[in-house]
Design a protein around this ligand. Sequence first.
Ligand code: GLP
Length: 241
Amino acid sequence: MKILKVSDYAEMSSKAAEFIIGKLQHNPKLNLGLATGGTPVGLYEQLVKNHKQNNTSYRNVTTFNLDEYIGLSGENPNSYRFYMNEQLFNHIDIQKSNTFVPLGDTQNPQQFCVEYEKLLAAHGGVDLQILGIGSNGHIGFNEPYTSFQSETHLVELEASTREANARFFNSLDEVPTHAITMGIASIMRSKEILLLVSGESKRDALVQLLQGDVNENFPASILRTHPCVTIIADKAAIGKI
Ligand code: GLP
């Protein structure tokens, strides 16, 4: 794993944007894996800014999001589909039909998961996956003790994850209890991974990722076995590591 240390959230976001734009210049047909949450908001802002200033094109890019809450349709402002449209897709020249986010309001989540996995395979997989990390080490919505062999699946969210994400909702009660997430094996099939870590609240998770064992009790630890991972972490997250 390569680790790039930056001073703060703003620098993490602009370095991450540069990283992605560099990949797009080499491969305009990039299959880009995307994450949600608070961490990548600044990155998406930078990509939009760059698109407006330099005309970087996403016309031939296909995107796959990691996860979505069960029970929320794409029109719900708390859904990850809504988030992606608002933060990125509505502001760049990507074809909406080439943006894939798991369907939170699907009638048959199990079947949907199988289809999502087939969709990823049919497109030749993800070239570059953007990841954030939960303070319990989750990636996507793969909570501790998720099998490293898991593919896209339905999960019950941990209380700590619902609490951490309650800040985006009116109340904790409104945070869905379940989600669809790409599995650990699905994430590990990405050719390359870019992990963004910012803030003191992620420091313990970063220490465990860099120094702990590779173990299913800390899902992100599997990244140590991936051949091509770059971490961009800010000072607040790195501390004295
Ligand atoms: C959320 C998302 C993850 C995200 C992580 C960290 O629950 N499902 O994809 O990376 O938790 O979120 P944040 O960036 O808001 O700290």
